[in-house]
Design a protein around this ligand. Structure first.
Ligand SMILES: [Mn+2]
Length: 334
């Protein structure tokens, strides 16, 4: 039995969801199943290719739904799970007992564990460390921006490995290791340490670069790193430099050479202080994500389009300051 595990690429929750799913599948569905872990990147239109479904069984974890008839399992918690016409109706009409969606779940890994426990008798307790950190990391519930920027904790080293690793040969190995190796050991395994060493060194440079590039105005930080080499940045650095900013909207060249727009609401501010659905703003530009953090990708020659998108999103987010001010005035009068 060959199982394709299509999961959100370069995301700790995507890797953690895959580990929990494989542990569950071996325990409750087929102990001898062979897993092929296929990382998937968001893109406008249909992000899947025919090869994704060339297996005996196929799961999608922490990533978009598809009406593909070969899809066997689905677990997601993204607000943007259903983007193409008819996808949500297809999911609801099918009523599959193996496809699960809950946009309120703090992490997909936790959602897989809870769903598999409830519906298939899976025991997730051996994976408590993985699940605890997946919940904390994916909901950005860090006590302060220092934890995810200094990256001193083993779990934060593993998060960084998942986000930065570009060696496809290590994707499956890392997911399998997440199933049964303690974090304190895996975080310093040779292949993890080798991958992290240059990443952490460059990260120190990124902290200095973003101190210089973050432009904070009316509650919104914008940064533009389109003149920098392709890479992924730690998304918490702007909040480390500007701990009280409301929103961040940035542009960079992703590791695959595409232009990445990232947008977020400060995770250290009260949840109910957010005036905008970041996912919906990003969907206007073919992207997606969660209500409080999202992104969009543009082709390597999409500079003008990406700059327009950043400006428009930043304007909408800044506009909220005016709206809130007006309400305050009206409130005072009324
Ligand atoms: Mn997730």
């Amino acid at each position: 039995m060959r199982v394709h595990v299509l999961h959100h690429a370069n995301c700790f929750d995507g890797a953690a969801s895959s580990a929990i799913f494989a542990a569950f599948y071996r325990a409750r569905i087929d102990a001898t199943a062979q897993f092929v872990y296929v990382p998937k990147q968001h893109r406008p239109g249909d992000p899947f290719v025919a090869d994704d479904f060339a297996a005996d069984d196929v799961a999608i974890l922490d990533f978009r739904y598809t009406t593909q008839p070969r899809l066997g399992w689905f677990f997601d918690h993204h607000a943007s799970a259903f983007q193409l016409p008819g996808e949500r109706a297809h999911f609801e009409a099918e009523g599959s007992t193996r496809k699960f969606y809950d946009p309120r779940a703090p992490s997909c890994a936790g959602f897989v564990a809870a769903s598999a426990a409830t519906h298939f008798g899976f025991d997730p307790t051996p994976h408590a460390e993985l699940l605890r950190w997946a919940e904390l990391i994916d909901s950005a519930a860090f006590p302060d921006p220092t934890m995810p920027v200094t990256l001193a904790d083993p779990a934060l080293r593993l998060m960084t490995f998942a986000e930065q690793n570009r060696d496809l040969a290590l994707v499956g190995r890392f997911i399998e290791d997440l199933i049964d190796r303690p974090f304190a050991e895996l975080a310093f395994a040779d292949y993890v340490a080798d991958t992290l060493e240059p990443v952490l060194e460059r990260h120190q440079g990124d902290i200095a670069l973003l101190a210089d590039r973050c432009d904070a105005r009316a509650g919104v930080v914008e940064f533009n790193l389109l003149d920098q080499p392709p890479r992924a940045y730690n998304k918490f650095i702007p909040y480390y430099h500007h701990p009280t900013i409301r929103y961040v909207v940035g542009l960079s060249i992703g590791p695959d050479g595409s232009i990445k727009l990232t947008a977020g609401y400060n995770p250290w501010l009260p949840r109910d202080g957010r005036e905008h659905d970041i996912s919906a703003l990003c969907e206007r530009f073919g992207g997606g994500g969660h209500p409080y953090v999202g992104g969009a990708s543009f082709g390597p020659d999409g500079f003008a389009e990406a700059l327009d998108a950043q400006r428009l999103i930043a304007e909408v987010l800044r506009g909220a300051e005016g709206v809130r001010g007006a309400h305050a005035v009206r409130g005072a009068e009324g």
